[in-house]
Design a binder for this molecule. Structure first.
Ligand SMILES: [Ca+2]
Length: 539
């Protein structure tokens, strides 16, 4: 895929010069850009925009994550609840089991050492009292990944964690009767603090230095007990930790003082730890890019396009935040690409113009209709390869001609209809009010015949409506949301597990409330990080 622009005028199907679809699309993009700012120019100059996004959205990964269902899990347990051994928020725990850790944070390889998330993966196994997990380290000079733990207790408070810290990551699968995690200092001065973050609530295991987090589930500070140099998570606290969710344990200190770092030993007993998960192939950059070609453009990647988009992500090197942002922008670019706009999005508009929305739903087309029709229009089209525009145009003509002869179309639009009735019905379905000349141009396709039995004229008139710039602009956010379900999840928005359009409507509202900015709305991010999407590529 490339996102080329062109100014070439083509003769339309009746031989008169009119704006090419490409020009219409470009003009729409221009207006879109004026209206919505930088992000719309993706389709023209993706590399430029991606670099801008990288600069302006570098803090983006710190924001709250949202599930595809449109709900934003928040974790603000009150300390008093944290300390109750019997406390269990079942809804919350259920939620955690539904949404595993997003890819950059949860898959435990590669490791960046103890200094940075996700730190050391604790090997899978059953650790008993007699045979605990034991590891040791020294936090002196380590990175201070977490400097504060924010919690809610009739208002937000921050508990200090200002010392340098080490990170361990593990997934609890079960615990015995006496589970216990201890961090003991061995220097005679260090006063360790231990705290555990849940990985499937933002910010997961955060990158960088000096983070203040709200996803801490439990913590214990040896400074709370005079003379102690051991921070202990006891049975009550470990029982509070969710199972089967990545957890991030920090060996830390409340203060960055003379007692704030040093050598330590960590010991875990009576717990069963899952083996680190097998890598998910969608995390592999080239696979990720290839899959977007299949899901959005219905074809395998061409070498040039594959290299371009892969390089965008690989240029981040080991900077995981950069990788995350570029995966999002790469991904969104596929919907915004000319190739998709001229194939899949056109199919969407054919259905909308012809039939309006499906009864009782906010969408005009189902996945089972969308996929085969998109493949027809896209067949053999690779934008920027030689003669792609001619191939696309002939595909569009052939598709329109076939489409208007389908039983559903013919029964909706009997050939006895007048040209005026036919054209007005299409514009009404499209929710577009044409200018007088636009309406006349569509009507005149029928060359003043009393009926609309001319198949070629029907096809041309339908294209005039479906390719009307107002239509293209108006449906853009609606189609963008629908394609999240079609492209990423390969299902209709109201299929299981949703069962209704609540999630779809949530994302449409959210996208509109951010003026179409899918990065601010965190829409693409939520879909590509969702468990449902990721499970397509791994158990
Ligand atoms: Ca710290």
């Amino acid at each position: 895929m490339k996102t080329e622009t062109t100014n070439s005028r083509r003769l339309d199907v009746v031989g008169s010069a009119r704006k090419s679809d490409q020009e219409i699309f470009n003009s729409v993009l221009k207006r879109w850009r004026q209206r919505f700012g930088y992000w719309s120019i993706f389709a023209a100059v993706p590399a430029l925009v991606i670099s801008q996004v990288q600069a302006t959205r570098s803090g983006e990964a710190k924001q709250e994550e949202a599930s595809v269902a449109g709900r934003t899990p928040r974790l603000t347990p009150r300390p008093i609840e944290r300390l109750k051994t019997s406390y269990s928020n079942r809804a919350f725990l259920k939620r955690q089991s539904q949404f595993r850790l997003p890819h950059q944070k949860g898959e435990l390889a590669p490791l960046a050492g103890l200094d940075d998330c996700p730190g050391r993966a604790i090997p899978g196994g059953n650790y008993t009292v007699a045979s605990p997990y034991v590891d040791s380290g020294n936090t002196t000079g380590a990175n201070d990944t977490i400097k504060g733990i924010e919690f809610y207790y009739y208002g937000y408070y921050t508990s200090d964690a200002l010392g340098p810290d080490h990170v361990y990551t593990f997934t609890l699968t079960s615990r015995g009767p006496n589970p216990r995690i201890e961090v003991s200092a061995t220097s005679g001065t260090y006063r360790p603090l231990v705290h555990v973050l849940v990985g499937n609530v933002a910010p997961g295991c955060p990158a960088g230095t000096g983070n203040t987090v709200r996803n801490a589930m439990v913590w214990n500070d040896s400074r709370w007990r005079p003379g102690s140099q051991t921070a202990t998570l006891d049975k009550g606290q470990i029982d509070y930790l969710p199972l089967n969710v990545p957890l991030h344990l920090f060996v830390d200190s409340a203060e960055n003082d003379a007692n704030g770092s040093g050598p330590y030993t960590i010991r875990m007993q009576d717990v069963t730890i899952a083996p680190p998960p097998a890598p998910n192939q969608i995390d592999e950059t080239q696979f990720f890019v290839r899959q977007h070609y299949r899901d959005f453009l219905s074809r395998e990647a061409d070498p040039e396009g594959l290299a371009f988009w892969t390089n965008e992500i690989n240029s981040c090197g080991g900077d995981q935040k950069c990788v995350e942002v570029k995966r999002i922008t790469d991904s969104g670019s596929f919907f915004l690409s000319i190739e998709f706009q001229e194939t899949g999005y056109l199919v969407y508009r054919f259905y909308k113009s012809s039939f309006g929305n499906l009864p009782g739903t906010p969408v005009p087309i189902r996945l089972s209709e969308f996929l085969p029709d998109t493949q027809k229009i896209a067949e053999g089209v690779v934008v920027k390869q030689s003669a792609w525009e001619q191939k696309l145009e002939s595909n569009k003509q052939a598709f329109a001609t076939e489409f208007v002869q389908r039983a559903r179309f013919v029964s909706t639009y009997p050939t006895s209809m007048s040209a005026e009735q036919f054209v007005d019905a299409l514009f009404a379905n499209s929710e577009v009010t044409p200018s007088a000349s636009e309406r006349n141009a569509a009507i005149n396709e029928f060359a003043f015949n009393a009926t609309t039995n001319d198949v070629a004229a029907r096809a041309r008139a339908l294209r005039r409506v479906a390719e009307h710039p107002t239509m293209v602009r108006q449906e853009f956010p609606r189609a963008f949301v629908l394609m999240q379900y079609f492209g990423y999840l390969r299902r209709n928005p109201n299929d299981a597990p949703d069962g209704n359009f609540a999630g779809h409507n949530f994302w449409l509202d959210k996208l509109n409330s951010f003026n179409g900015d899918f990065i601010q709305a965190e829409m693409v991010k939520a879909f590509i990080n969702s468990t449902e999407y990721r499970r397509r590529f791994a158990p």
